[in-house]
Ligand binder design. Structure first.
Ligand SMILES: C[S@@+](CC[C@H](N)C(=O)[O-])C[C@H]1O[C@@H](n2cnc3c(N)ncnc32)[C@H](O)[C@@H]1O
Length: 907
């Protein structure tokens, strides 16, 4: 909880029963019911109406299959029956965290049939966001994907379950790893006996989570009527016959924009929903033509990507049925609107809306200027709009003010957040959007500044809120505001203004960018140029973050201050102290002793058999490095990081790396690094590549825990490629402790392993063999790698892990040839190493670069090579490159290549 601001903390700690008060006056809801547009049907009933009319009509088409209205109806009621048997009842909140699929729509419909409330949210939320959403909504159950990218989402949920007393059931779209429910088991359950008379269309059915500018997501509560009656009217003008709409959603169906999918296209219109698991421009183009798509719902960036993909393809687009692209989330450019007309021959609709309760869009026949400059005419069947001044007094046309909105789509209230109702709703139910706009003479809405502004960097649009949310995922960051500012040369830059959690330092620019790029897989153009640390973000009189003030503060930073600071230089120069202190603490087992309960300086000195003054100074330094905390004078405890990574019994222990990175040899070598630079050579009397260097024994032990992680990733990739083979022979060249070869062998029943290294590494290798229980399936060859003569035995997989960097290019070439000569037809070589990519900036690649300096200091002519060089070496041997990438979250790259020649061709 230490990362939360007071509002969030208060929200999470409240155990008050949830009160739902429709903020819209009852007489208005009644009027919309009697005069339209409400039909007063609940969402499921409205959907069921179409099932009855034409059960065989296509409801959903995904990349491979289509599902009829009857199919979807049956599946929804089976799931509803299952949920009902679990005890889910009217008014309960069910979170849905699924990629776009028929299952996501069936889950929406099942929850609606029960009179429960669906809380869909897009996949990709991390720990903090998930906890906030589920806790604030007091969700009773969640239906989710097992994995999101590399995140084990089921494990993430299990990890926060103790903080979620309301969460009783987890349904996994796949085989659960814990004692949870497999969603597949629900689809054949006895159908729920749906009784429409038990539901009222003005009751709640869906929460739309809006990121907004709050520290926590806002949960906006919608009734059946406000979706099926109000929100659906929003799309009516976009097609002559809504029933024949075939709508392709590139955005997540769980996003506010995507909420139109189930409730409007299916339940209100009886149309067809075309889905894709994940947006890809190529798949979208294929789906448009194969499914005669009429409407594409996407963000402006996606439109640009579709245009680029179509331009790159040699075929003319097949899109006769296409009426338009509906682009929401950020403003459009004239160029985009123009290109859509040119290339796809259809309209681009600019849609403006927010989950808080506003939606407006341009028309199919609007000219390009109207499309780009306005967001169209507000439709009273959806929403009425007022432009008001600070005192909420209406302003005349062509005058800028804040947009207030009220109409049939207006949501009921914010869920479980009366303070948000007070802030964002007027007394008679109008939604305060916080966005600035004016109405022109024709009554068209012109947006002058959105609350969730779009940022422009080098001409590319970036959604501020999305970026802020991503940065907020960084550990121990409690608040973030991203602002755009101009440099003296006119270029625009992005600055992240970060408030760290109490007791933590704010991450710097490089740390944030590395996190965005490596952990979250964010596109490079969204990286920030600068990071500023704040104790609190300044607030404007409205109570919102004062972005203007932050922008001017960012503006004030002289360019040179964005470079490395003097303190950081000092930190660099004190690297010797840092490494020495940490190595001493590891060798004296200080972290293990603290874990065992020895917390006093004197006790620690005694247990570690050190001088009292020595221990006192060591502990003070460790506290300075943030590895331990002083709880009382001279009493210490481990920090979370140290507990996880520096206690030797932890499975995540990395202290062994001190034997590698702070080995005696390393001090010796770096003492004379200047001379290495001058001579271009290592000054050690014996380079690492020398016969049977003693360093390798220590290395093999020290690297073990870290190797396990990388080896597991490597095995995950190789196993599916070879497991079909009746027999698999693996060669681990320069095996060290042998973990890579053994990890792979252990996952393949029919595999045998040969490992080569200097004879001195054999004892460590034997230990690993015993740990894996694989001594019977493995042999060790103790000899010089370069002297191995390829015999009759050939291999299906050859591993070259962390070895090429020791040698010059010629030797690398020789080694790859040796490997390639021992490869079976169809066999694979995998090279793993520190490598330089051509995609990251120098500071983002500090580790491999520093590793390069290690090679200069320690080896005769070793080096850290670019990925492309390794690729070339493999290609030169006639091997076909299969893939090359950095393992996500690890500093190691791999390049995988395959022998496509038959053995006979080669000899
Ligand atoms: C950096 S370690 C890598 C070990 C292992 N592949 C891993 O990734 O953990 C390099 C290994 O190469 C071995 N080695 C270096 N030159 C060698 C040679 N000429 N013949 C045999 N082994 C060699 C060392 O003994 C050491 O175990």
């Amino acid at each position: 909880m230490d990362t939360m601001n007071p509002t969030v903390a208060r929200l999470l700690n409240t155990n008050q029963p949830i009160r739902i008060t429709d903020q819209v006056p009852a007489h208005l809801r009644q009027k919309w019911g009697s005069e339209g547009p409400y039909e007063n049907l609940d969402l499921f009933q409205s959907f069921a109406k179409f099932v009855k009319q034409d059960p065989t009509a296509r409801a959903i088409v995904d990349e491979t299959t289509s599902y009829s209205y009857q199919d979807l109806y049956d599946k929804s009621l089976s799931l509803a029956g299952f949920l009902n048997d679990l005890g889910i009842k009217k008014g309960d909140v069910i979170a849905i965290n699924l990629a776009n699929s028929w299952q996501a729509c069936a889950a929406d419909l099942a929850v609606a049939a029960l009179g429960a409330i669906a809380l869909p949210y897009p996949v990709g939320r991390k720990h903090r966001e998930t906890l906030l959403l589920l806790k604030q909504a007091q969700a009773k159950a969640i239906i989710c994907e097992p994995f999101v990218g590399e995140t084990d989402y089921e494990a993430l949920l299990e990890g926060i379950r103790s903080d979620l007393p309301s969460l009783k059931h987890i349904l996994i779209k796949g085989i659960p790893q814990h004692s949870n429910i497999n969603l597949a088991d629900t689809w054949t359950h006895t159908a729920y006996d749906f009784q429409p008379q038990n539901l009222h269309a003005n009751e709640p059915v869906r929460i739309i989570a809006s990121s907004g500018t709050e520290s926590a997501p806002k949960l906006v509560l919608y009734s059946h009527n406000s979706l099926v009656g109000g929100q659906a009217s929003y799309l009516k003008s976009l097609g002559a016959e809504v029933r024949s709409m075939r709508a392709l959603f590139c955005v997540s169906l769980a996003s506010p924009f995507g909420s139109l999918g189930t409730s409007c296209i299916l339940a209100a219109f009886g149309g067809t929903l075309v889905t894709q698991n994940r947006f890809s421009p190529e798949t979208t183009l294929t789906q448009i033509s194969n499914n005669h798509v009429t409407h594409v719902f996407c963000g402006p960036n996606m439109v640009d990507m579709l245009l680029a993909a179509q331009q790159a393809s040699s075929t003319t687009p097949e899109c006769e049925a296409l009426c338009g692209f509906i682009s929401g989330g950020a403003p459009l450019s004239t160029q985009t609107a123009y290109s859509v007309k040119q290339i796809f021959g259809c309209s681009l609709i600019q849609s403006y809306g927010s989950a808080d309760g506003i939606a407006c869009h341009t028309g199919l026949n609007d000219d390009i200027d109207t499309t780009v400059e306005t967001v169209g005419l507000p439709d009273p069947d959806v929403i009425d709009i007022k432009i008001v001044d600070e005192n909420e007094q209406p302003l005349p046309h062509n005058t800028e003010g804040e947009i207030l909105a009220l109409g049939p789509m207006t949501p009921m209230c914010y869920y479980n957040a009366p303070e948000l109702d007070a802030k964002y709703r007027t007394q008679n139910g109008w939604v305060r959007t916080g966005d600035k706009a004016m109405l022109d003479e024709q009554g068209r809405l012109k947006i002058m500044g959105r609350r969730n502004d779009t940022l422009l960097r080098n001409g590319i649009k970036i959604n501020r809120v999305e970026l802020e949310m991503l940065i907020r995922e960084y550990p121990n960051v409690s608040e973030v505001a991203v602002v755009e500012y101009q440099k003296s040369n006119g270029s625009s830059l992005l600055s992240a203004c970060v408030v760290p959690s109490p007791g933590y330092a704010a991450p710097n620019k490089d740390q944030i960018n590395h996190f965005l790029l490596k952990d979250l897989g964010v596109e490079r153009y969204k990286l920030i140029d600068n990071a500023l640390s704040f104790a609190n973000l300044p607030l404007a009189p409205s109570g919102k973050v004062d972005l203007k003030r932050l922008t001017s503060q960012a503006q004030l930073i002289p360019d040179e201050q964005q470079e490395i600071s003097a303190k950081e230089i000092l930190d660099l120069l004190m690297g010797v102290e840092r490494a020495g202190v940490l190595r001493a603490a590891i060798e004296l087992k200080v972290f293990d002793l603290l874990e065992a309960g020895e917390t006093q300086t004197s006790g620690l000195a005694q247990a570690a058999q050190t001088d009292l003054r020595g221990m006192r100074i060591l502990l003070a330094a460790l506290a300075g490095l943030g590895l331990i905390e002083e709880s009382n004078a001279q009493v210490y405890r481990l920090t979370k990081t140290a507990k996880r990574h520096l206690v030797s019994t932890s499975p995540y222990y990395v202290g062994g790396l001190s034997q590698v990175y702070t080995a005696d040899l390393m001090w010796e070598a770096f003492k004379h690094f200047k001379d290495c630079v001058i001579s271009g050579k290592s000054l050690l009397s014996q380079g690492l590549e020398a016969d049977d260097h003693i360093y390798w024994q220590e290395f093999a032990q020290g690297i073990a825990n870290t190797s396990r992680v990388t080896a597991k990733r490597m095995a995950e990739m190789i196993v599916p490629l070879v497991r079909h083979q009746p027999k698999i022979s693996i060669l681990d060249m320069a095996c060290g402790n042998g973990i890579y070869g053994f990890t792979l062998t252990s996952q393949l029943e029919n595999a045998s392993l040969t490992s080569i290294d200097w004879p001195t590494t054999q004892p460590v290798w034997q230990k690993t063999a015993a740990q894996f229980g694989l001594s019977q399936r493995a042999e060790f060859i103790g000899e010089n790698l370069f002297k191995t003569t390829p015999g009759a035995k050939k291999y299906d997989v050859i591993i070259l892990s962390q070895i090429l960097h020791h040698f010059d290019l010629k030797s690398c070439q020789q080694l790859i040839k040796l490997a390639s000569d021992q490869l079976n037809a169809e066999g694979q070589i995998i090279v793993l190493d520190f490598m330089l990519s051509d995609q990251l900036s120098a500071t983002e690649e500090a580790v491999p670069r520093l590793f390069g300096s290690q090679m200069l200091a320690l080896t005769e002519d070793g080096e850290c090579y670019p990925v492309n060089t390794i690729k070339k070496l493999l290609s030169e041997q006639g091997l076909q490159l299969r893939s090359a990438q950095q393992f996500k979250g690890l500093p190691v790259h791999y390049v995988l290549a395959q022998n496509t020649q038959s053995v006979l061709d080669k000899y």
